[in-house]
Design a protein around this ligand. Structure first.
Ligand code: ADP
Ligand code: MG
Ligand code: MG
Length: 909
């Protein structure tokens, strides 16, 4: 731990800099950096994240030397700003702000105007000659401080809707209503003076304590509250979703206040150096005259547009900053360019204008959605701001997911009439059932329903519900509101500031004009346009937009330059195969033969019937008769897929699932089966009974079927080799790889190899060729296979890790039953994540590493890939790169994600 706990900034220099995010948090490090860049930043200091760690570990106490360091830093601030904290003549006020390493918008607490007391108020009034402003600042302090420090940090849990902030808000609302005011800015000095007196009484009544009237007590109360907020519910929820480690802690920034609420030449705003929703290189933001800090993000008033580029249907009649304060806007625009050139990325900034003077309060790398991320990376590369390696790193692999996610079907949308329009905060489409609170969103989603979370205003306490919902819709809030930021970060469809909505979460109804919708009714959102529709609209694949797909393609080609390992796809049909090739798949890593029986089409039905006949067959002759009928159907499917991949490798897995899975249950199917099989229903029951297993996942499946019934393998191998032989004869290329599943011992593989060799000889003879090109290999999905991989590699020409089963058997977790306990494990931090989604590198990963090492010792050229779900999960793909696999294989829609993840892994070296 470092010895120095406090870092000062301001007055044109700083003790910290942008590289110190771990210690100073993102906000503190960048405030220091801006101070070093001579950008106007109110002076302040940062208490390090180490202090947070100390505070949490030592029962909410501080290191011994902290108080003195804070005092020293505060004196510097006083010097730079020419005011004194707690001074009755010339009082300095400060903000106490949280700031973690990575931004967690709205998840933690900030208190403004700290230092206002009955001692300092008269001095500030005298100095500013603006009593209205002083009482406005004071009422804000009381609202924030009582909420953040006296209630939340003190662990007071008010009844729903009875939190102190809400109560004070309501008092304020009543005054506005009684006097017919439209906004907070209409409150007079007298109103505010009266209100603060009543606020203090209410605080005392509700929380049982006086509102502190001492500047130092306020300061330390604020510092402790920020540190405590690190362990507040919403911060913890957010960290879990974003995978931010709990140990990081937050820093606290104490900073001289500047005031945007001193009258009409004062203002506050939030902006992005480029448009975060589209990526366009245009300054983009919102501002409010005569307002302070939170007002823009809180969605209290519809914010004004920064400039023409920011105008939309909601704000086009409000004056832009560019028009209202041309000089200050120019200054801000210059800072915007300065910041982009310096940080070489899009920045999200906060600023305040105090009586015409501009101050910067924050800058950080701005969140953006997938389309914007791709566009910015390509643009910045073109502009020479970044190089190609950096451009590839600029898009998170999962952001590509959004680009490939469904949108509302334009045809369906054209026919529908929007019931309302809001701000397009998070693009893409969503359709689902309305819920009115976060808890319902979570609960309904658990039940498998698609929900749209509808709220009056954006509320950062709703994160878990926002995460669960397919889409988010709010009546209030702007493009820079907390919910908009959070949704955009996740690539979630989101519409905010939809003023026409009347949301009544009490009665769970939503009124728009004459339409009334209830909980459970369907709603569809177009988050790219901001349109809201009643009812369901079908969703479609967005890659039909040519401009977007061009950009994705250009970007992925750039990534491919760095990628070292191949990306294949898991595809079971020629259609899937074609789709995956379009996404850039370099082969099929897993073709599951059994899927041809699930298709539902005419051929599938036919095939399924014969398969069932084969399953219930008694003795080899009956089984062979069924297999003979099945053969042409299987062959047709395999040949079409090999043809679609046109010379790219296709790994075909022999029949894997336990046979009883295919036994028909419905009466009609049972009747059809007994007919073709020539048996009675009673026979069928008896034979099905015989197939019953106590633990089918570890039962008669995979290679075990081939050992007991070699004729099943024979049929499949013949279909594969004949397809390849025919395609070669037709002058095309085919590269089948025969993959045996559920192998634990090399002897199993040898046994099947003999079958393969025999069939190969027969096929060669039939087509009059020397040999048919193919590889013979195995899934590695049983721990014993990993332990004996050196032996297995004597027979296998390739390994493909089946990490779903390997995880199942390595953990002893039944894949189909994890719902009951894995969420608890994650919640209680026994597991960092669901190991079926994110490969457990520590445990299962060791099995993988060992198998690769052992396998390659026997056969250095051994081809190795992965075909479990993990093959499309970015951190797992990076692992596959590191352990030296030749390729990963994943579902078609995840191919672009895997390409990018693999490229980024290679760039990391
Ligand atoms: P968050 O991380 O939730 O954005 P911040 O610490 O950035 O919280 O503060 C909330 C709001 O208060 C922001 O709009 C910020 O610009 C404003 N603010 C914070 N400190 C000051 C200050 N010293 N003077 C004026 N406004 C401030
Ligand atoms: Mg902020
Ligand atoms: Mg398996």
């Amino acid at each position: 731990m470092s010895e120095k706990w406090v870092y000062a900034f301001g007055g044109g220099s700083a003790e910290g800099e942008a590289g110190m995010k771990n210690l100073l948090g993102g906000k503190g490090a960048n405030l220091a950096e801006m101070a070093n860049m001579k950008i106007p930043v109110p002076a302040g200091f940062t208490i390090t994240t180490d202090v947070c760690t100390y505070y949490q570990k030592h029962g909410r106490t501080y290191p011994q030397s902290l108080a003195a360091e804070v005092q020293g830093a505060l004196s510097k601030v006083e010097q730079v700003m020419g005011m004194r904290f707690g001074d009755p003549e010339n009082p300095l006020l400060v903000s106490v702000r949280s700031g973690a390493r990575r931004s967690m918008p709205g998840m933690m607490e900030t208190v403004l105007n700290v230092g206002l007391t009955t001692r300092t108020i008269p001095g500030l009034i005298k100095k500013t000659g603006n009593p209205r402003f002083v009482y406005d600042a004071y009422r804000r302090l009381i609202m924030m401080y009582s909420d953040v420090v006296m209630e939340k940090a003190a662990g007071v849990e008010p009844e729903e809707g009875r939190g102190i902030r809400k109560q004070l808000d309501d008092m304020l609302g009543e005054v506005k209503k009684a006097k017919g005011y439209k906004t907070d800015a209409d409150l007079s000095e007298a109103d505010l003076k009266d209100l603060v007196a009543r606020f203090k009484t209410r605080v005392k009544d509700v929380l049982g304590k006086e509102f502190p009237d001492d500047a130092n007590e306020q300061l330390w109360g604020g510092v402790g509250a920020v540190f405590s907020s690190w362990n507040g519910k919403r911060a913890v929820d957010y960290r879990r979703i974003e995978r931010i480690p709990d140990e990081w802690g937050t820093a606290v920034n104490v900073q001289a206040m500047v005031f945007g609420n001193m009258g009409d030449s004062s203002a506050t705003g939030v902006a992005f150096t480029r448009n975060p929703a589209t990526g366009e290189n245009k300054f983009y933001g919102e501002w409010l005259p005569n307002a302070q800090g939170e007002d823009v993000v809180a969605g209290i008033r519809t914010p004004n547009p920064l400039n023409d580029a920011t105008k939309n249907a909601q704000n086009e009649n409000l004056p832009s900053l560019e028009a209202a304060m041309a000089g200050t806007y120019k200054e801000l625009d210059a800072i915007r360019l300065n910041l982009e050139t310096h940080f070489k990325d899009m920045q999200d900034i906060e600023f305040t204008i105090q009586e015409g003077r501009l101050w910067m309060l924050q800058c950080r790398v701005g969140k953006r959605n997938g389309p914007a991320a791709v566009r910015m990376a390509l643009d910045m590369l073109k502009e020479g701001l970044i190089d190609d390696r950096e451009a590839v790193k600029r898009v998170a692999p999962n952001q590509l997911d959004e680009l490939l996610h469904p949108i509302l079907d334009p045809k369906g949308e054209a026919k529908a009439q929007p019931i309302a329009k809001g701000l397009p905060a998070g693009p893409g489409g969503a359709t689902g059932q309305i819920v009115f609170n976060a808890a319902d969103a979570v609960a309904w989603t658990r039940q498998g329903k698609a929900v749209i979370l509808v709220r009056e205003e954006t509320n950062p306490e709703d994160v878990d519900g926002m995460w669960a919902a397919k889409g988010i819709l709010t009546a209030r809030g702007g493009m820079t509101s907390h919910a908009a930021l959070v949704a955009r970060g996740w690539g979630k469809c989101c519409i905010v500031g939809c003023g026409a909505l009347h949301v009544d979460s009490g009665s769970r109804t939503l009124k728009v004009g004459t339409t009334t919708l209830k909980e459970g009714d369907f709603l569809s959102l177009n988050g790219t346009k901001g349109s809201v529709y009643a009812g369901q609209i079908a969703m479609v694949d967005p890659t039909s937009d040519p401009e977007l797909s061009n950009q994705i393609e250009t970007f992925l080609k750039l990534a491919d330059k760095f990628r070292k390992i191949g990306v294949r796809t898991n595809a079971d049909t020629p259609q899937d195969a074609a789709k995956a090739r379009a996404f850039g798949a370099q082969g099929i890593g897993l073709f599951r033969t059994e899927h041809m029986f699930y298709g539902g089409g005419e051929n599938s039905q036919k095939a399924l019937l014969q398969l069932r006949r084969m399953i219930v067959a008694k003795g080899e002759p009956e089984r062979r008769a069924a297999l003979d009928e099945l053969f042409p159907l299987v062959k047709e499917d395999i040949k079409a897929t090999l043809a679609a991949m046109d010379g790219l490798p296709v790994t075909i897995r022999l029949l894997d699932p336990p046979l009883h899975e295919f036994v028909p249950q419905g009466e009609a199917e049972r009747k059809r089966l007994v007919e073709v099989a020539g048996i009675t229903l009673a026979d069928l029951d008896k034979r099905a009974e015989a197939l019953h297993e106590v633990n089918p996942m570890m039962g008669h499946r995979g290679v075990r079927l081939g050992v007991t019934f070699p004729e099943i393998s024979e049929m499949q191998v013949r279909a594969i080799l004949e397809s390849a032989a025919e395609l070669t004869k037709e002058g095309r290329k085919a590269l089948p790889e025969i993959m045996v599943p559920v192998v634990g011992m090399v002897a199993e593989l040898d046994h099947q190899r003999a079958v393969v060799d025999r069939i190969h000889a027969e096929v060669c003879q039939k087509y009059g060729v020397q040999k048919v090109e193919f590889l013979y290999g195995t899934m590695i999905e049983i721990p014993r296979a990993c332990l004996t991989a050196d032996k297995i590699a004597e027979t296998a020409e390739f390994f493909s890790f089946g990490t779903n089963d390997l995880t199942q058997m390595g953990f002893g977790f039944s894949r189909d039953d994890i719902g009951g306990f894995v969420p608890d494990y994650v919640e209680k931090k026994i597991l960092p994540a669901d190991p079926f989604q994110i490969l457990d590198q520590e445990g299962i990963g060791q099995l993988v590493r060992m198998a690769i090492e052992k396998g390659r010792k026997t056969k250095p050229e051994l081809k190795i890939g992965i075909c479990g779900e993990h093959g499309g999960e970015p951190s797992s793909v990076a692992f596959c790169h590191r352990v030296g696999m030749n390729y990963v294989s994943c579902s078609p829609f995840r191919v672009p994600i895997a390409r990018l993840a693999a490229a980024q892994a290679a760039l990391e070296g």
